[in-house]
Write a protein that binds this ligand. Sequence first.
Ligand code: F6P
Length: 504
Amino acid sequence: TARRPGGGGGYDFVVVANRLAVDRLTYQDGSTGWRRSPGGLVTALAPIMAESDGAWVGWHGAADETLEPFDHEGMHLVPVPLSALEVEEYYEGFSNGTLWPLYHDVIARPEFHRHWYEAYRRVNQRFAEATAATAAKGAVVWVQDYQLQLVPAMLREMRPDVRIGFFNHIPFPPSGLFSQLPWRQAVLRGLLGADLIGFQRESDARNFQRAVRSRLGLYIRSDQVYVVSEPSSDELGSSIAGHGEDPARGLGTRRTSAPEDGGHRISEARAFPISIDTERIVALSERPDIIARSQQIRRELGEPSTVLLGVDRLDYTKGIRHRMKALEELLAEKAVSPEDVCLVQVASPSREGVESYRLLREEIEATVGRINGEYDTMAHTAIRYLHHSYPVEEMVALYLAADVLLVTALRDGMNLVAKEYVAARRDGGGVLVLSEFTGAADQLKQALLVNPHDVDELKASILQAVHMDEEESRRRMRTLRRQVTSNNVQRWAQDFLNRLEELS
Ligand code: F6P
């Protein structure tokens, strides 16, 4: 609905993300409806949307289906259609077969296919057009994540009047790895279309700045990139199409001072570590039915003295195999026994159309079968493996039931599970074993920080967690809780949007 002249659809605040902020529900009678998505991002942004005439542009999750924009719980939703081939090439292909492994330190081998990139460019253009048609004159637009890195520049070209923020939820790789990307310049140019580019960690922002310096030769001072030679419509086409290198690349042509003619604009790139809806998790952790459920979980597991917990999307970045290898060795050495220690591993189904995810699932399930076959007794299991997603209430019950949370990701933008576990432990109990390769490790320094590649260190940390005396674990948890309670996702969103406002 065009509601105001002069600027697209008249919405003052527009969020753009690969996925829409609602999930489709199918009722028993076969009819369908929508429910607001449970994630922290939606929770943080929904109230801002309701206050400020907000819209959310995103894919509704089904292929080959075009839906009209609609309103839901104070949010205007603009569904972007994707064909089945685009799901394959843009989502499973370039987003999750190229960028995801490349940005996670090449844990899996990224594949570079020109037709995948072409679909990515085309879909990004479609998102940019839908956004341009939705945003009011002078609106604030906030683009989310690696699936949409070209959108800022594409949108700026169509709508120079809007303020554009971008937030990258996953790591940004070291410049040496990023350089493998055949379309590296186009991606950097795409991102630099934003006035503010947010990253999870300081090191991600630095990696981005280094790539911008070395690949585009632009001058950077105190997180501010001096963007010169805004790509014209033609250049943007060819640069974003990925053909040819920028002439100003390489050390020899790098700018060492700010451009003097004023013919530049500023794009700021810095860290804004995301968090969770802390108050919601705390409130759930105090609910008597959820506390009772946590006790029931322990009973159902046969009352082991220690419950270890892993909660991850079934993704090769999460180090699930490493965690299982460590446990298997501890069982083999009789350092732990299934009567005493049980690992509950929730592995929620993810990206099942991507081959590396299918292979990972087979491998994890074979490993669980082998370990349980070897060590289970009639009464106890070594690993209770659950290939499901659960509602947040059940997750909080699991957090309360678990003596130790194992986060062993090989690379992770942030890892919100670690923060949720800490938030849920208002009782002061629980030990967090946390990979140093997560964004969360920059903030949760009182966790037992581990290098998950070092199996011996991981085993030692698990044993340390299992045997930690209560005084030490409570002291650590107190400090961790201070971090998570004073930095929630609402504050994160506000900090980002305030900075975006200041910049313009
Ligand atoms: O931040 C990583 C991310 O890709 C998000 O964009 C997404 O919401 C989440 O992981 C789950 O992934 P997907 O949308 O591919 O199921």
